[in-house]
Design a protein around this ligand. Structure first.
Ligand code: ZN
Length: 281
């Protein structure tokens, strides 16, 4: 178990899998664990269909990027070598690249890897994170490692955190975002909530469980929160849908205060963790 706790209880079933929750840290795990072979087969037969021409200008991505960048700066992370783990088509790589980071995307899908080689002119590590064998000069090299919405897919989260720790420079940061098992929606809908989808998602983190994992794998500081999703973005979307600016503003405000409350209680939809390798000064 993620926290070393021993109080597991059955939480729900989904598509032939059992989901258990830890009574100590609230972490959710899928059983039986699929094998590496089963997962590889699964991902090869479920290729995502993305129109690469349309993805570069995405306002939600702009907001997510500036939010993370804004949180990293006070922690002393302002540039240097960045490893984007499971980079996809590279929306984060592109944005960090544009503000001067030396970006290395790691991505297994050839179509995405090729896309990033072309658009960013950077070397891409074409591999899964598990299978990638870093050379000696990779260890201690990275100022920033990002794992965006991927930890929930991973068979052995401990190994990912440990490997990230070894790859980070002394003051470097690991940024992880993942669905929140403690979210209001998951509490209400249980396994009917869309993020509960084995065997794609195998791990469901809570604020406590991701903190426990970072402590156990050596990280000295953890900054974990459930960020509120962007206000302006919501309002603009609603204005289009409701066809009225004042009504959209009001509705948006109501939704936002709900989201803010959920966020403060660590019950927002997503968890964002920033884990630093060394003690704070
Ligand atoms: Zn636990």
């Amino acid at each position: 178990m993620i926290c070393g706790g021993k109080k597991l209880s059955h939480w729900d079933n989904k598509d032939g899998y059992h989901i258990y929750a830890c009574g100590d840290c609230g972490h959710g795990s899928v059983y039986p664990r699929p094998s590496v072979e089963e997962l590889t087969e699964f991902y090869e037969s479920h290729q995502e269909d993305v129109n690469l021409k349309e993805v570069s200008h995405n306002q939600a991505h702009d907001l997510a990027f500036s939010e993370v960048k804004g949180k990293l700066e006070p922690l002393g992370i302002t540039g240097g070598n960045m490893l984007d783990v499971a980079a996809g088509y590279g929306w984060l790589s592109e944005r960090f690249h544009n503000v001067g980071y030396n970006v290395t995307p790691l991505e297994i899908a050839p179509v995405f890897a090729d896309h990033m080689r072309k658009t960013l002119s950077v070397d891409v590590i074409q591999s899964s994170f598990e299978d990638w064998k870093p050379s000696n000069d990779h260890y201690g090299r990275y100022d920033l490692i990002i794992m965006w919405q991927i930890m929930e897919h991973v068979l052995y989260p401990d190994e990912w955190f440990t490997k990230a720790y070894q790859l980070l420079a002394d003051g470097g940061a690991l940024v992880v975002t993942t669905p929140n098992f403690d979210s209001v929606l998951i509490s209400l809908l249980k396994s009917k909530e869309g993020h509960i989808c084995p065997p794609e998602h195998l791990n469901f983190f809570s604020v406590d469980s991701i903190r426990a994992l970072s402590n156990r794998t050596g990280f000295k500081q953890s900054h974990v929160s459930c960020p509120v999703e962007g206000t302006d973005f919501f309002q603009e979307k609603l204005t289009r849908r409701l066809n009225s600016k004042p009504l959209a503003r009001l509705t948006s405000r109501v939704i936002q205060s709900g989201l803010r409350a959920a966020s403060l209680l660590n019950k927002g939809r997503y968890i964002q963790g920033i884990f630093i390798k060394k003690e704070s000064a």
